[in-house]
Design a protein around this ligand. Structure first.
Ligand code: FAD
Length: 480
């Protein structure tokens, strides 16, 4: 025996919160929707865990960062769900699914049935044990995926002030945690096998900017090697790490950030999987028409690149969730999802955004010894990706707008000369003349006239306002 709902969201993370808000906007009735989550709290903005949550002073704590504050929308507290007649089934793990009977079985033994299921199970942090290293259950070895992990990390950080931390992994979470540790007055060594940090996104030149910045804050980079074992004291606490290259690092605290694995296991053999996630169409519908998948767990068609991708970023989680709900509630009014991949991070006083794809030739611009610089990626004669550190809201918007258009670029040195001005200028032009995209993934737009004049005076004004805006924006957004 169990409960029955029209709509069930499985998973209570970022995508679940944004889906719930969208359901209410589209007129879901009280009692029709439930969210099942193994976390004990209502959906929240996960990125806050490696940023505001770890600050030594006035750290962010729930309920301050429940979804959907990260997109400047309503903050959905447990009271909000109650008022909207949405059932929150928290602290409850779903242990199996039957997509033919449309039921989920929880670890408490309840069978919950649905008409439409949205899978929003996200991902889990990879464990060192999966790479043959044991001991990651020691009290001062921390992972960071959920609020329980973040609470533990914050506690261990408090007792490690003035000591040493080793961060295993040079991706987003590793970089953001390292910055937080430094801010908490802990000496940090970062260990990763790649030749530079953020290996999946950054070029060596971009990475070197951030590494130099981190070094100026005292961070020690140990590259080209991995952890081979922990050294423990008699109480089972880690006191240091041995690396494969034979070196040893003392540690009062270890943060393991070696990647994630999407939570697909409940649906293996039941739904089609691709690229490590649940394969969905442009309406987020899986191989079973009553089952949708969104967020980190979904592999969806990225129309602009003409291929299926699985993204591990909050913007994709938010937008995929909204789109799936719209496709469910208003199928005739909802087009295929057309998404421009967008990633961002904020560390120390730095803040960057990336749009599109990082393939092809790279064209750099700006001042790599200063505070604002960037890069474009040009593939098959078209601009497909753009990166900017230290930009203003308007500049980031210009970048997103132009990258989505995939404009033809003939002269890379001209692009380099124009730098950021290229997207700023181009975003203000009138856009006409649809032509076929070279990749065959759809039509794109080109300009009705060349856009090469560069207004120096405007540049000075923009530069002055960037500093003021970046300061204000950085403070306003600093927590999530
Ligand atoms: P999640 O938010 O992970 O939610 C999944 C939910 O499903 C969880 O509540 C989980 O407990 C639950 N669940 C899973 N399996 C079950 C089950 N069987 N039964 C019940 N419940 C289940 N992205 C960015 O773009 N920028 C950032 O700066 C950034 N910072 C981040 C910092 C941290 C510390 C982390 C961990 C991630 C960060 N991300 C960032 C990534 C971003 O948070 C994710 O892309 C986003 O949370 C994905 O949302 P989701 O809803 O798909 O999954």
């Amino acid at each position: 025996m169990g409960r029955a709902f029209v709509y069930v969201i499985l998973g209570g993370g970022v995508a679940a919160g944004y889906a719930a808000l969208e359901f209410t906007k589209k007129g879901v009735s009280p009692g029709e929707l439930c969210i099942i989550s193994d976390e004990p709290v209502a959906p929240y903005e996960r990125p806050a865990l490696s940023k505001g949550f770890l600050l030594p002073e006035a750290p962010a704590r729930l309920p301050a960062f429940h979804t959907c504050v990260g997109a400047n929308e309503e903050r959905l507290t447990p009271k909000w769900y109650k008022e909207h007649g949405i059932e929150l089934i928290l602290g409850t793990r779903v242990k199996s699914a039957d997509v033919r009977r449309k039921t989920l079985l929880t670890a408490t033994g309840e069978t919950i049935s649905y008409k439409i299921l949205i899978i929003a199970t996200g991902a889990r942090a990879l464990k060192l044990e999966e790479f043959g290293v044991s001991g990651s259950d020691a009290e001062n070895v921390c992972y960071l995926r959920d609020v329980a992990d973040a609470t533990r990390l914050a506690d261990v950080m408090q007792t490690s002030t003035g000591g040493n931390a080793v961060v295993i992994g040079g991706g987003y979470i590793g970089m953001e945690c390292a910055a937080s540790l430094v801010i908490n007055k802990i000496s940090v060594s970062m260990v990763f096998p790649e030749p530079h940090c953020m290996g999946r996104l950054f070029t060596p030149k971009i990475a070197s900017y951030y590494e130099e910045f981190y070094k100026s804050k005292g961070v020690n980079f140990v590259k080209g090697t991995v952890l081979s074992s922990f050294v423990f004291d008699p109480e089972g606490k880690v006191t240091g790490v041995n690396l494969k290259d034979g070196s040893y690092l003392p540690a009062d605290l270890v943060v393991v950030a070696i990647g994630i694995r999407p939570n697909t296991s409940l649906f293996e053999g039941l739904l089609t999987l691709e690229k490590g996630g649940i394969k969905v169409n442009g309406r987020f519908q899986s191989s079973n028409s009553s089952v949708y998948a969104v967020g980190d767990v979904a592999s969806f068609p990225v129309k602009i690149f003409g291929e299926i991708r699985r993204l591990e970023h909050v913007d994709a989680a938010r937008k995929s969730a909204r789109h799936a709900v719209s496709a469910i509630m208003e199928p005739d009014k909802t087009p295929e999802f057309d998404y421009l991949p967008f990633f961002y991070s904020r560390v120390f006083s730095l803040s960057w955004q990336f749009y599109g794809d990082n393939v092809g030739e790279v064209v750099y611009f700006g001042d790599f010894s200063g505070s604002s610089f960037g890069a474009y990626w040009v593939h098959s004669g078209h601009l497909v990706g753009s990166f900017l550190e230290g930009g203003s809201k308007e500049e980031y918007e210009a970048m997103a707008k132009v990258t989505r258009l995939k404009p033809a670029v003939e002269d890379l040195s001209e692009l380099e000369r124009l730098g950021l001005g290229y997207v700023v200028e181009l975003s203000q032009q009138q856009l006409v003349v649809p032509v076929m995209d070279v990749s065959g993934s759809g039509s794109i737009l080109v300009l009705d006239k060349p856009v090469y004049p560069w207004h120096a005076a405007a540049g000075v004004v923009v530069a002055a306002s960037i500093a003021a805006f970046a300061y204000w924006y950085g403070r306003r957004r600093r927590r999530w």
